[in-house]
Design a binder for this molecule. Structure first.
Ligand SMILES: NC(=O)c1ccc[n+]([C@@H]2O[C@H](COP(=O)([O-])OP(=O)(O)OC[C@H]3O[C@@H](n4cnc5c(N)ncnc54)[C@H](O)[C@@H]3O)[C@@H](O)[C@H]2O)c1
Length: 323
């Protein structure tokens, strides 16, 4: 059985669905602080906080868990700048609770949802896994601290682990069954789609004076289905490989915020009113992935390579969200 923490959230729920589709038994631990009960599908759900040591221990005592995929983190960069303690508590201490329970029960397979935020704002792009880890916001710092904790556990008591450093997750299930729903929403595509649907008057572009060709931030995108698939491959690889390995996940789709807006306009057929706003603290100008390692070592490929197709899935979902 696989424990998926944060399995009621945007990316975790895709991983649950992917694992269930191939016949794995799954139990989800999620406090539903930003996740949705409906997103869990037919997997078992334990509503609990990953920081609650007793609740985490109970899950390991009750279920025959063999592997853990750990998604349950706080994810808002600007909030992490304002309230770093909250981020260290959930993203670091919560993870340590999990590792302690795993060690106690002799469970050694662990996949962690890391992030491009570990790299901070590197000058050299695309970014490979060997780039220095120099986060520029508390969110990214919690990812580095917890990756280091995992690496230590691998050396110290034989944990087998992979940290998947996603760049920007995007899109929804092509069949419209699950998709992204965050309150508040901080990701550019769903916000742009909300503007297209008339839910907001305009779209704020945070920073138009970055050292990039059009002055707005550039990001690399990857469809959530492809991220979920990477989890399955990484879990399978742990059967034959010990130690710790980090993998970047990006689909090779690199776009500026203005280019994202254009793509959303073309998919939705709406012109989006845009307001140039000040930069957000903690936002690096450019994040472009070198994902060679995961392609070569795990045979991962992105099925979604056309950005407009990704936006189409998200648009379909946003018009008829199921939760
Ligand atoms: N969305 C992205 O583009 C992106 C990029 C890089 C990395 N990540 C990482 O992927 C993971 C999932 O991100 P997401 O976008 O699906 O976020 P999300 O907020 O949709 O999902 C997180 C889930 O964890 C749960 N959770 C939060 N705190 C918890 C706690 N203390 N105890 C138990 N459950 C808790 C939430 O209820 C939610 O269901 C996170 O670790 C995030 O840092 C996301």
């Amino acid at each position: 059985m696989i424990l998926v923490t944060g399995g009621a959230g945007y990316i975790g729920s895709y991983a649950v669905r992917c694992l269930r589709a191939r016949g794995d038994e799954v139990v989800v631990l999620d406090d539903l602080s930003s996740g949705h009960r409906e997103a869990v599908g037919d997997a078992e759900l334990v509503v609990a906080d990953v920081c609650d040591r007793d609740a985490v221990r109970d899950v390991f005592a009750k279920y025959p868990i063999e592997s853990v995929c750990h998604f349950a983190n706080l994810i808002l960069i600007d909030e992490s700048v304002r309230e770093p303690e909250k981020y260290f508590k959930v993203n670091v201490s919560g993870g340590v609770n999990l590792l302690a329970a795993m060690r106690k029960h002799g469970i050694k397979n662990f996949i962690f949802s890391s992030s491009a935020a570990v790299y901070g704002s590197p000058e050299s792009q695309p970014i490979s896994e060997s780039a220095p880890l120099r986060p520029i916001n508390p969110y990214g710092l919690t990812k580095v601290v917890f990756e280091t904790t995992i690496e230590y556990a691998c050396r110290h008591w034989g944990l087998r682990a992979a940290a998947l450093r996603y760049f920007n997750a995007a899109g929804a299930a092509p069949d419209g069954s699950i998709g992204e729903r965050h309150e508040p929403e901080s990701h550019v595509i769903p916000i742009a789609l909300e503007v297209a649907a008339g839910k907001h008057e305009s779209l704020h572009v945070f920073g138009s004076d970055y050292p990039t060709p059009d002055g707005t931030c550039r990001r690399e995108f990857v469809h959530v289905d492809d991220i979920a698939e990477a989890h399955v491959l990484a879990l399978d690889a742990l059967k034959t490989r010990g130690g710790f390995r980090a993998y970047n996940i990006g689909a090779g789709i690199v776009l500026s915020v203005r280019e994202v807006i254009k793509a959303v306009e073309s998919v939705t057929g709406k012109l989006l009113p845009v307001e140039d706003s000040p930069r957000r603290p903690g936002d690096p100008p450019m994040l472009e992935a070198d994902s060679t390692r995961i392609r070569k070592e795990l045979g991962w490929e992105s099925a979604f390579t056309d950005f407009s197709k990704i936006v189409e899935t998200a648009w379909r979902w946003s018009q008829e969200p199921k939760f």
